[in-house]
Design a protein. Sequence first.
Length: 185
Amino acid sequence: MAKLSLQDQLLKSGLVSAGQAKTVKAEKHKQAKQQQHNKTVVDDDLKVQVQKSRSEKAENDRLLNQQHKEEDERKQLAAQINQFIEQNRLPQDKRISDDGIPYRFTDNNKVKTLYLTGEVRDQLANGRLAIVKGGQHYEIVSSEAAQKIKARDASCVLVLNEANSQPSDATDPYAGYQVPDDLTW
């Protein structure tokens, strides 16, 4: 005897009428179709979520790559500036002496002092030399070199005086009182 389904067995035994069996079969068919429809909706939602996560990951990767690129550019710029300072700095024996004249300048709102020879101090005051910060130490370079460094990073140039080439104004009430060159603070 062939195996009969539970529905057929219930019909044969008379426990269920043919109408009830049809109704149950129709409901079962509706549920199957509904599940299939829900499955496609869930699949579509899943595809949307996957696409959204992929686009977020791509955006995060792009931002991270941009940050790495900017950091590399900053490192290259700092290396260029340090190399430029090393190539153009005044030799130690020509600029600094233990018994030299103190030259004070500010670095991040702190007063710093270098002891310089009179000649180097005069050149700094006249704008022919400049003080730049190379890492944790201070170097003296020519004003042309300081201009090039300033074009790359202005925060590295600490002292760069303008050459005094302006004629005095006749209407200036303090024109007769020139600031002495040897003024120290």
